[in-house]
Design a protein around this ligand. Structure first.
Ligand code: SF4
Ligand code: SF4
Length: 333
């Protein structure tokens, strides 16, 4: 146990608090290797090593969750959790419903991003694909999913999968309110447009660039115009006061990690009618530099924050970018 981590544990014990994680408390993840687990990031809280999609043992879901919650309470924390910003000193909430549903069991897309760590199509074929719709139906019928559950379709492009529209219409009929769809927008989906129009879905489009040239460098494919056309179509379904169609920028070492590209992305977004931006940092690069973040990267995040504030556009730093931004904010105090 690191000195820092054991110090945190001792402090919590003194205050009668214990460690917890909102995902261990109440999430379920169907991953691209056909595992079912609790943690969205690591193999923690495995419920099924090789799920075949036929029937989910919901008792085992609850039992696994309870076991892990209990381990966390006793400060028996998996190694990967110790540096995770989702680890909190809050009391666990003993919920019998799921707050988060992550779906990436069909992860696949037509692009070839330089930072992509999703499995390629041939690897997915080896793993085999199952239809997730019956399980979603099982989860809604058993009331483990509620209208409040946040459903997250991860990158890949869920929109190209045959079951996708059926699932979105099921969620619309079930009156789900919080659906997040990560997509590179290579296919326009009527079901997603309808969910945006009903204010129950957010679409996060990974764009990573402000011009076709850099888009091609990052995405390994020149489908800039297709993505732009679909973004405009999704925006046409969004109510004027809403911010449900967002453009995302993953900062990648040596490709788009400069102010000019960020500014071009920003202008492109603003002129297209986007009102909310999302920024992250390529995970592999972040893991290399997280203990010694280059000054220019910090300045890039501050720059992005300033131009968005100046233009009255919302910007969200997620995961790796957020970790760095929080550190910058602390240093400034
Ligand atoms: S790695 Fe983070 S998100 Fe995953 S279980 Fe641990 S604390 Fe929770
Ligand atoms: S959009 Fe890019 S990062 Fe996402 S799955 Fe496709 S190739 Fe990978």
């Amino acid at each position: 146990m690191s000195a820092l981590f054991s110090g945190i544990v001792e402090k919590f014990k003194k205050n009668n608090q214990c460690l917890s994680c909102k995902y261990i408390d109440s999430s379920i993840v169907f991953d691209c290797n056909n595992k079912v687990r609790l943690c969205p990031y690591y193999d923690i809280g495995i419920i099924n090593e090789k799920f075949d999609g036929i029937w989910l043992d919901t008792d085992k879901v609850i039992k696994t969750k309870e076991e892990f919650v209990s381990e966390f309470k006793q400060n028996n924390i998996p190694e990967n959790c110790k540096e995770c910003f989702n680890l909190e000193n809050k009391l666990t909430c003993n919920s019998n419903t799921l707050k988060y549903l992550y779906i990436s069991n069909w992860q696949h897309c037509y692009l070839n991003c330089s930072y992509c760590d999703s499995p390629k199509e041939e690897d997915l074929k080896k793993v085999g694909h199952y239809d997730i719709f019956p399980i979603i139906k099982q989860l809604t019928d058993s009331k483990l999913l509620t209208q409040e559950t946040k459903v997250i379709f991860e990158c890949g492009d869920p929109c190209i999968h045959p079951e996708f529209d059926k699932i979105i219409y099921h969620f619309i009929n079930y009156e789900m309110r919080n659906i997040v769809i990560n997509t590179p927008a290579q296919r326009f989906c009527e079901s997603v447009a309808e969910a945006v129009a009903k204010n129950i879905a957010e679409v996060i489009i990974t764009f990573d660039s402000g011009c076709p040239y850099v888009y091609g460098l990052v995405k390994g494919s020149n489908k800039f115009d297709i993505a732009m056309a679909n973004i405009k179509k999704y925006l046409s379904y969004q109510e004027p006061k809403e911010k449900r169609v967002m453009l995302k920028y993953n900062i990648i070492n040596g490709i788009n990690d400069n102010q000019k590209e960020i500014l071009d992305w920003f202008i492109l977004s603003r002129d297209t009618g986007i009102k909310k931006l999302v920024i992250d940092i390529d995970r592999k690069w972040y893991n290399q530099i997280k203990y010694s973040v280059p000054q220019y990267l910090k300045e890039l995040l501050i720059f992005a924050k300033h131009i968005s504030e100046y233009n009255n556009m919302e910007i969200e730093f997620c995961e790796n970018a957020l970790a760095i931004y929080k550190r910058i904010s602390k240093e400034e105090k």
